[in-house]
Write a protein that binds this ligand. Structure first.
Ligand code: NDP
Length: 273
């Protein structure tokens, strides 16, 4: 019997999720249909789409911009949340568990899995994240759980980074016990094992105000699909670099596993055509 899945977003036409999940299903021999679901940008419409999908027998839904927080609130009211979704304050994966709506957030673990797949060591790593929006929020707990030794959170608006870290330290003891600090982007200096760009600057054409004294072994940009100034900057310093396409595949694989119990292969090269 065909199992039905959707990704809910606005806009949604660009989403690569249907292709990625079709590939996963083929790998493990499952019959699925995975569709892009446009939704007007308001809570009532989002709730109506989710209710109709699961009432119609849908198995699982991914949630993307701008609905991740609404999905979190809906699960908080009506069902359950994973630890990663609770700490992230956002849900990217919906399913039914024991008759109730259940939300998880696989973005951060998807990033960690991709970094580990690249062979970049996170255990005891000194890590900097640039950006303090939703994406940064979702990756901090999985990075700490992967064993990093210290985390510096740098953001254009320093107050936002300070508030984010305060909230996360209150929400989770592993984060509270971790060695963390905040700074402005142009004050980020020294050597790191891994620097992650979690800003949306790649979309604007602007460049981050990076100090020349800022260096790293590995530079990761959560954005993908174009020439990224952040990665070009660190490639010139002979850092190893990666864009975020593998993170996209990694989070999808974790959603697929939650829904189907099957673990697909995530070698990014298989998805680049
Ligand atoms: P948000 O809008 O929540 O946060 C944006 C962040 O970017 C803020 O920290 C903001 O700083 C910063 N920023 C924006 N413009 C500039 C600028 N000109 N100079 C310096 N900093 C800037 O976005 P998200 O956190 O949701 O997403 C961030 C990125 O991560 C996006 O590019 C998104 O595509 C990517 N992403 C990739 C995923 C993947 O699977 N590969 C998954 C999820 C996200 P300030 O606080 O000062 O405004």
């Amino acid at each position: 019997m065909t199992q039905h899945f959707i990704v809910i977003g606005n806009p949604i036409a660009h989403s690569k999720s249907p292709d990625i999940h079709a590939d996963f299903a083929k790998q493990v021999g499952l019959d699925i249909r995975y569709a892009r679901q446009y939704c007007p940008d308001n809570q009532d419409s989002f709730i109506a789409v989710v209710e109709a999908f699961f009432a119609g027998g849908g198995v699982g839904a991914n949630v993307t911009v701008p609905f991740k927080q609404m999905a979190y609130e809906l699960c908080e009211q009506r069902g359950g949340l994973s630890q990663h979704a609770q700490v992230a304050g956002a849900v990217n994966t919906l399913m039914q568990k024991e008759g109730h709506l259940y939300g998880d957030n696989t973005d951060g673990q998807g990033l960690v899995n991709h970094i580990q797949q690249l062979g970049w060591q996170l255990d005891t790593a000194k890590v900097a994240i640039i950006g303090a929006g939703g994406a940064a929020r979702g990756v901090i707990l999985p990075l700490i759980q992967a064993g990093i030794s210290q985390l510096t959170l740098a953001n254009r608006t320093l107050d936002k980074a300070t508030t984010l870290l305060q909230q996360l330290r209150q929400a989770d003891t592993q984060i509270a016990n971790a060695k963390t600090q905040v700074c402005a982007i142009n004050e980020l200096t020294g050597h790191f094992d891994v620097i992650i760009n979690a800003t949306s600057i790649g979309l604007s054409g602007e460049k981050l105000p990076l100090q020349n004294s800022l260096t790293c072994v590995y530079a990761y940009d959560m954005m993908y699909g174009r020439e990224l100034p952040f990665l070009q900057h660190f490639a010139k310093q002979d850092s190893q670099i990666s864009d975020g396409y593998g993170m996209l595949i990694g989070q999808a694989a974790l959603s697929f596993e939650l829904w189907t119990g099957q673990q697909p292969t995530t070698a990014a090269a298989a998805f680049m055509d």
